[in-house]
Write a protein that binds this ligand. Structure first.
Ligand SMILES: Cc1cc2nc3c(=O)[nH]c(=O)nc-3n(C[C@H](O)[C@H](O)[C@H](O)COP(=O)(O)O)c2cc1C
Length: 160
C-alpha cells in the first residue's frame, strides 16, 4: 500500500479537509493528487475536479504574500507549515483557512508527497486565549470524530 492509498482510505470520511499534492514546489506544481470530501466542501468544489490543479487556485486579492513565502520556504526545507491563509471558494466567497501541511518521506529519505489538513477558522470574539496569531482564531465548527481525536494526538493544528 502506498502512502497515498493509505491516506485516501483514512481521509474519506474525515470531517477535516485533507489534501495531498506531489512534491514539486515550483510552478505548475504542487499538483493535487487527492482531496477528501471535507476539503471539497471547504473550497466549494467537487474534490475530483480539483485533482491535477495547484492549491494556488484558492488564492486571491487578500491572500498575504508574506504567508505564502513562509509556506514556500517550509516546503522547500522539507518542514511542516502551520499557518492561516485567506482563500476563496469557487463562488468567490472569502474564508480563513488554518493549514497544517507536512511532508511525507519515502524509504530513501526523499519527499514523496505533501499532506495538508485544513479547516475553516473565524476570528475569536473577545479576548484571545493566548498571544500570537493562533489565539486570534477558532475553528468555524467543531468536529468530534475518531480521526479528529487521532489528529489531535498527532499535534495537527497545534502551534509548536
Ligand atoms: C498539500 C498542500 C496544500 C496547500 N493548500 C493551500 C491552500 O489551501 N491555500 C493556499 O493558498 N495555498 C495552499 N498551498 C500552497 C501553494 O500550493 C503554494 O505552495 C504557495 O502558494 C507557495 O508557493 P508559491 O510562492 O510558488 O506560490 C498548499 C500547498 C501544499 C503542498
Amino acid at each position: 500500500m502506498t502512502a497515498l492509498e493509505l491516506i485516501r482510505a483514512l481521509a474519506r470520511d474525515a470531517l477535516v479537509g485533507i489534501v495531498v499534492t506531489d512534491a514539486r514546489i515550483d510552478q505548475p506544481g504542487p499538483t493535487i493528487l487527492y482531496a477528501n470530501p471535507a476539503f471539497g466542501r471547504l473550497v466549494g468544489r467537487d474534490p475530483d475536479e480539483i485533482v491535477g490543479l495547484s492549491p494556488r487556485f484558492m488564492q486571491g486579492k487578500e491572500t498575504r504574500r508574506a504567508v505564502l513565502d513562509a509556506y514556500r520556504h517550509a516546503l522547500a526545507a522539507g518542514q511542516r507549515f502551520h499557518g492561516y491563509l485567506t482563500n476563496y471558494r469557487a463562488d468567490g466567497t472569502k474564508y480563513r483557512a488554518e493549514v497544517d501541511c507536512r511532508p511525507f518521506y519515502d524509504a530513501h529519505g526523499r519527499i514523496d508527497c505533501f499532506v495538508a489538513f485544513e479547516r475553516e477558522v473565524v476570528r475569536r470574539i473577545g479576548r484571545p486565549v493566548s498571544t500570537g496569531v493562533a489565539g486570534r482564531y477558532e475553528p468555524a465548527s467543531v468536529s468530534q470524530d475518531l480521526l479528529t481525536d487521532a489528529l489531535r494526538a498527532l499535534g495537527v493544528f497545534e502551534a509548536i
